[in-house]
Design a protein around this ligand. Sequence first.
Ligand code: AMP
Length: 296
Amino acid sequence: LGSIGLIDQASADPHVKICATIEAMRASSRALRRKGARLGLVPTMGALHEGHLSLVHAAKAQCDAVAVSIFVNPTQFGPNEDFNKYPRNFERDCEILRNKNVDLLFAPCAEEMYPSPAATWVNVAGLSDRLCGRSRPGHFRGVATVVAKLFHIVEADVAFFGQKDAAQLAIIRRMVDDLNFAVEVVGCPIVREPDGLALSSRNAYLDPQQRQAATALYQSLQEILREFDSGERRAEKLIAAGKRILVELPCLRLDYLEIVDPETLQEIRTVSRESLVAVAAFLGPTRLLDNAVLKP
Ligand code: AMP
């Protein structure tokens, strides 16, 4: 692990408090906050990589204490999706977090989070059915609901999310505004492989051919940015330029490539203000995401 840069032996501190129950997590975070600590939360589904760790670094830089949650949330997976085979490596994740001097790890089981089927859901209307929400019905309802639960359980001052999941970030920001959560939401930049592929726990599913083809997501975004920099502002033309890269690959199936308002996720026809270009594509059964920001 040390050889791939995840574990910094020099900063090793064996202390990370692992909380498996809501009660233990709440007691631990309250104890920290009572001492005056500004607490940061990094919600994850585990199988940690450098993308997750960039959020941990941001949290450590901005907070006195850091909590990470690891929970593969069943309610954000559709019936035919990869919930059962989603990569899980709890021991390795613990070791990584221990070596990053994370203070608290909240790792509940599904029964702890959902002792009975939920009757109450958080649905961010108008945003939850856009981008990934269109091809994954119910996904963002599951995400918003579990993040709301995590916010109530951990009671962090600040929560850190990756720009990699830009629609998720927009939905959480809107939920926090609408429901007056007392948490500050911080978005962190996308961490990439040297060839541009955005890091994702799902990259582990890719075979060598799919792994190579997966860089096309990033390349299509780069092509759009080039067209944009040379003055093109019509979304239709920008999207067509990006699609030309993606259609060349027989093993890649495009889910969507859209230019949207970064807050409302509504489609944009002409890029006259800051916009989000978001792409999702299947490589075999694996669905990958990427995005970039267009700044006029
Ligand atoms: P996940 O475990 O996939 O649910 O991701 C947990 C958090 O890590 C989310 O806020 C993601 O947006 C963020 N994240 C995942 N991959 C990356 C990446 N490549 N760069 C930055 N943040 C990421």
